[in-house]
Design a protein around this ligand. Structure first.
Ligand code: PAP
Length: 327
């Protein structure tokens, strides 16, 4: 996740270099958090370069499936679920999860991101080499994605999350590598819409509106609802992906097995996810366990005051007013 960029990797110099592009402007708030505005989206300078490579070089295929999230909305969970669903045997008797790749690989590594590791460092041909149908993931907002994702009719699964929980998750993640990213600063920036791939409300609204106008191709999911009803959501996801669970699979308990395999508790307990360090961004090593913090709904209460909560709630409510989207 690009926000984890350490201070030493990006300073004012990088900002100015990117700032030469007329479409970019430095963040208004703090020089030590040098997001820039690229096509109305806040990004780290290196992420801008990567998104530009995706925009100019990535060729979608009609049978691609895109998992899209704003950072910290449950990307790891969605990757695990979609991977488990699409890779399962269509025949119940062959469904054996005892040797499943999710037991030995971090979910983040089983479904590649379009824009990470940064594509100016890791060629887009890595994605071209994947066999169809590809399962891909991205944080890139809708207006910045190659338009053919939608004209080709690719399936897009969007997972959103209650913004206060997103902010807390984001702050905990970034604060591990950048102690200057305090909760107060994170909050002020977030309320201005400034965090990687932000503003979050624009990100949510882009895919929300598309899911309303094009429900066959865009499935809009909510983390909180998925947590409350995982079995129903796994069935819904499989159906949307064109591979519904058969009656036989349902009666064999394969849906529940999928839910359990991808549960926070199960994944967090596995050595591949609980130990070690990986650099999935490019120059930003993070502990594998940092993708498994609490996995809870409403953890914002432990980190934000009621006053902060009200301010952010009011901002988000105003931004999404009239769209039909609710948190
Ligand atoms: P990314 O957007 O940076 O790629 P993402 O997976 O969205 O990662 O962020 C991690 C969040 O998803 C964490 O939330 P928290 O900080 O509020 O705890 C993490 O706990 C949560 N998460 C990871 N795996 C699961 C899972 N299997 N079920 C539910 N939540 C999960």
């Amino acid at each position: 996740m690009a926000e984890a960029q350490s201070q030493s990797n990006h300073n004012g110099v990088a900002d100015q270099e990117v700032g030469a592009d007329q479409s970019l402007a430095p963040t208004p708030t703090a020089q030590q958090f040098p997001w820039v505005l690229y096509q109305s989206c806040w990004l780290r300078p290196s992420a801008v370069e990567s998104v530009k490579v995706v925009q100019s070089q990535f060729t979608p295929r009609h049978d691609d499936v895109f998992l899209v999230t704003y950072p910290k909305c449950g990307t790891t969970w969605l990757k695990a679920l979609a991977f488990a669903i699409t890779r399962r045997s269509r025949h119940g008797s062959d469904a054996d999860y005892s040797h499943h790749p999710l037991l030995t690989c971090h979910p983040q590594d089983l479904v590649p991101f379009l824009e990470m590791p940064y594509r100016q460092l890791h060629p887009i041909s890595d994605l071209e080499a994947l066999p169809s149908p590809r399962l891909l993931c991205t944080h890139i907002p809708l207006p910045l994605l190659p338009p053919s994702v939608f004209t080709l009719g690719c399936r897009v699964v969007y997972l959103c999350r209650e913004p206060k929980d997103v902010l807390v998750s984001l702050w905990c993640f970034i604060n591990k590598v950048n102690k200057n990213y305090t909760m107060d600063k994170a909050f002020d920036l977030f309320c201005e819409g400034v965090s990687s791939y932000g503003p979050i409300w624009d990100h949510n609204l882009g895919f929300w509106k598309k899911s309303v106008s094009d429900p066959d191709n865009v499935l809009f999911l909510k983390y909180d609802e998925m947590t409350a009803q995982p079995v129903e959501h796994v069935k819904m996801l499989a159906e949307f992906l064109g591979i519904p669970f058969t009656d036989e699979e349902v009666s064999q308990g394969i849906v529940e097995e999928t839910v359990n395999l991808c549960s926070f508790e199960k994944l967090k307990s596995l050595p591949a996810n609980s130990s070690g360090v990986s650099d999935r961004i490019g120059g930003v090593p993070m502990e594998n366990s940092s993708y498994f913090r609490t996995g809870k709904v409403g953890d914002w209460k432990n980190h934000m005051t009621e006053e902060m909560a009200k301010k952010l709630d009011d901002i988000v409510e105003e931004k999404i007013k009239g769209s039909g989207l609710k948190f």
